[in-house]
Design a binder for this molecule. Structure first.
Ligand SMILES: *[C@@H]1O[C@H](CO)[C@@H](O)[C@H](O)[C@H]1NC(C)=O
Ligand SMILES: *[C@@H]1O[C@H](CO)[C@@H](O)[C@H](O)[C@H]1NC(C)=O
Length: 509
C-alpha cells in the first residue's frame, strides 16, 4: 500500500479496521421486550469497555510520546553528574593535602571545540599526570564536544550529547577514584567543588609556555610547567579557557611525547587507569560473542578487570568517514604518525611516501599512502594475511573491526576477511549490543576491546590508535610486535628504489 507513513502510522484507521456497524448488532439482538434486560446489560458493559479503552489510551499515549522523545534525544547521564558532585573528597574540612588547604589545578583551557574522544583523552591524561606530579588535586569537568552550547550537538545528521560526564567513560584516579597503593596524593575533584574551595584562583595561560616548549621533549615542557605552577605560589590555579592547552596537539602528534614515557608509565594516572563500569559492562556483554572460546583458547574472554590479553583476538582499526578527506590532507601536509604510535620498539615505523608534504604527489605514492591510512577491503585482507605469518599473529581465531564505516563497507571487509581464513567470529563496532547510555560512549568499548586484543592493527595517524597502543604498552603483557599498523614496507622500498632510479636517470640524461 503506497501510503505516506505519518506520525500516527501506528494508530488504526477506518480503512484498515472497519468499526462494527449497528447493522451487525441488529443481527445479534432484536428489540423485543424479552431481550430488554440483556440489551441494557450489554450496553453497560460496552460503556465499561469504552472507559477502559480510553483509560488505556490516556496512559499509553504519553508513554509512547516519552519513548519517542527518549529515542530521538541522547541521554544526558544525569545520575553520573549527580554521583560526581557527591564525591567524598568534596569536603573542605578534609585534612591537607585535600580540603581547603589542599592544592588544585583546573585546566579550563582543555579542548572543547568538536574534538573526538581520542584527542580529548590524550590531553586529559597528561593534565592529570601533571597535577599529580605537583601534588595537586586534578580538577575535571566533562568530555566536552561543545562547552557553552545547548545540551545536544548535531554530528553528521544526528544528535549527540554536547557534554558527557567523565565517569560515564572512565574510572580510576583521573576522575576521583583513589590512587593505587600507598599514594596519599589528593584525589581529583569536580570543577563545581573547585569553585567553592577556590573562589579566586590564580590564572595562568597555556600559551605562556606551550608555544615555546611544545617543539622540544615533553619532559622539558613538564619541567617548565612545574616551575610555572611553583612560581604562582598559590594553592588554586586555573589555566584559563581559550589560552591553549598545557599539552597541545603537537605534543601528541610528534615523538616529543615519548620522552615522557619512562615516567608516565609509572604514574598512577596510567597504572590506575580504568574504564567506567558502564564501558566495562558493555565490554563484558559483548566479548563472549567477539572472542568466543575455542579449543586453542578455551576460556578466553577472561575477567573484565585487569585488562589481560585476549588470546586469539585480532583487532583492526579502520577509520572511515572524515578520514576520507583527512587522509589526503595528511599526505599533503606530510604529517607523521601520532607520537604514541611511534615507540621505537614497534615493528612498523612511519616512512613518508615520496613527495609527501609537497602537494606534488604521484598517483603511485598517493595510492601507497591511502593503503596505510584508508585501506580497501582487499588491502585489509592482505595485511591480515601478512600479520598472520608473524610469531605474534599465530593462532588468531577471531576478528573485531573497530570502525565508523558504513554497513556495506563493513560487509565487504568481512567478506574479504573470510577469504583469509575460517574465523570463529568476525564482528564490528556496528554489531555491539549496547544500552542507550553505552551508545554514546561506544568508542570506549571499542578501545577496551582493542587494548586487550592479542594483535592490533591500527591507523598510525589516529589518536584513538595511539591511545590504544599506549595503554597496551603500559597495561597489557604483550611484546611490541603485537602492536601493528596499516603498512607495507615492501612496497615502500620498491617505490623509493624506483624514485631514486628515476632521479639518477634524470641526472644522467
Ligand atoms: C558538565 O555538563 C553538564 C551537562 O551539560 C553541565 O550542567 C555542567 O555545567 C558541566 N560542567 C562543567 C564544569 O562545565
Ligand atoms: C612534481 O614532481 C615531479 C617529479 O618528482 C617534478 O618533475 C615536477 O617538476 C614537480 N612539479 C612541481 C610543480 O613542483
Amino acid at each position: 500500500m503506497a501510503r505516506a507513513i505519518g506520525t500516527y502510522e501506528l494508530l488504526p484507521t477506518n480503512e484498515d479496521t472497519p468499526l462494527p456497524t449497528p447493522a451487525v448488532q441488529h443481527d445479534r439482538f432484536s428489540w423485543g421486550p424479552r431481550n430488554f434486560c440483556s440489551r441494557l446489560f450489554a450496553f453497560r458493559r460496552a460503556r465499561y469497555f469504552l472507559g477502559f479503552i480510553l483509560l488505556a489510551l490516556c496512559l499509553l499515549i504519553p508513554y509512547r510520546l516519552y519513548e519517542r522523545h527518549a529515542s530521538k534525544y541522547p541521554p544526558l547521564y544525569e545520575k553520573y553528574h549527580a554521583k560526581e558532585l557527591a564525591l567524598p573528597q568534596h569536603n573542605p574540612d578534609l585534612p591537607y593535602p585535600e580540603g581547603r588547604e589542599g592544592k588544585y589545578l583546573w585546566v579550563s583551557a582543555h579542548l572543547d571545540g568538536g574534538f573526538g574522544w581520542g584527542n580529548f583523552m590524550q590531553e586529559l591524561i597528561l593534565d592529570a599526570y601533571l597535577a599529580h606530579k605537583d601534588g595537586r588535586a586534578f580538577v575535571f569537568d566533562n568530555y566536552t564536544w561543545d562547552r557553552h552550547g545547548p545540551e545536544y550537538s548535531e554530528y553528521h545528521g544526528h544528535l549527540i550529547p554536547s557534554r558527557i560526564p567523565l565517569t560515564a567513560l572512565l574510572a580510576g584516579p583521573i576522575v576521583g577514584g583513589p590512587f593505587p597503593g600507598v599514594d596519599h596524593s589528593p584525589r581529583s575533584v569536580r570543577k563545581e567543588y573547585f569553585d567553592t574551595v577556590c573562589p579566586d584562583p590564580v590564572k595562568i595561560k597555556g600559551n605562556d609556555l606551550i608555544d615555546t616548549y611544545v617543539w622540544g621533549p615533553t619532559t622539558i615542557l613538564v619541567e617548565k610547567w612545574l616551575e610555572r605552577l611553583e612560581l604562582t605560589n598559590s594553592k588554586c590555579i586555573e589555566v584559563v579557557e581559550g589560552s591553549q592547552q598545557m599539552f597541545s596537539l603537537w605534543t601528541f602528534g610528534t615523538t616529543n611525547v615519548l620522552s615522557l614515557w619512562p615516567d608516565l608509565v609509572k604514574s598512577p594516572i596510567i597504572t590506575g587507569f580504568r574504564w567506567s563500569p558502564l564501558v566495562e559492562a558493555g565490554y563484558a556483554k559483548n566479548i563472549p560473542l567477539i572472542n568466543p572460546p575455542s579449543v586453542t583458547h578455551p576460556s578466553h574472554y577472561g575477567e573484565t578487570y585487569p585488562y589481560t590479553a585476549l588470546g586469539g583476538l585480532l583487532a583492526l582499526q579502520i577509520r572511515r568517514g572524515d578520514f576520507e578527506e583527512h587522509c589526503v590532507n595528511l599526505l599533503n601536509w606530510g604529517a607523521n604518525w601520532q607520537g604514541f604510535n611511534r615507540f621505537p620498539e614497534l615493528p612498523d615505523q612511519f616512512v613518508a611516501v615520496p613527495g609527501a608534504g609537497t602537494f606534488n604527489i604521484s598517483d603511485e605514492a598517493r595510492a601507497e599512502h591511502l593503503k596505510r591510512c584508508y585501506p580497501t577491503p582487499g588491502q585489509i585482507a592482505d595485511r591480515v594475511r601478512e600479520i598472520m605469518q608473524t610469531d605474534a599473529g599465530r593462532n588468531l581465531e577471531n576478528v573485531y573491526i573497530m570502525t565508523n564505516g558504513q554497513p556495506d563497507f563493513i560487509a565487504e571487509v568481512k567478506e574479504a576477511l573470510r577469504g583469509v581464513k575460517a574465523w570463529g567470529s568476525i564482528k564490528s563496532s556496528r554489531d555491539l549490543i549496547v544500552t542507550r547510555e553505552q551508545d554514546y560512549v561506544k568508542q570506549a568499548i571499542d578501545m577496551l576491546i582493542g587494548i586487550r586484543a592479542q594483535v592490533l592493527i591500527g591507523n598510525g595517524w589516529s589518536s584513538m590508535s595511539s591511545n590504544i597502543v599506549m595503554l597496551r604498552m603500559a597495561l597489557v603483557d604483550l611484546a611490541p610486535d603485537h602492536h601493528r599498523f596499516w603498512f607495507d614496507l615492501h612496497m615502500l622500498n620498491l617505490l623509493a628504489i624506483a624514485q631514486s632510479l628515476a632521479n639518477k636517470i634524470v641526472q644522467v640524461v
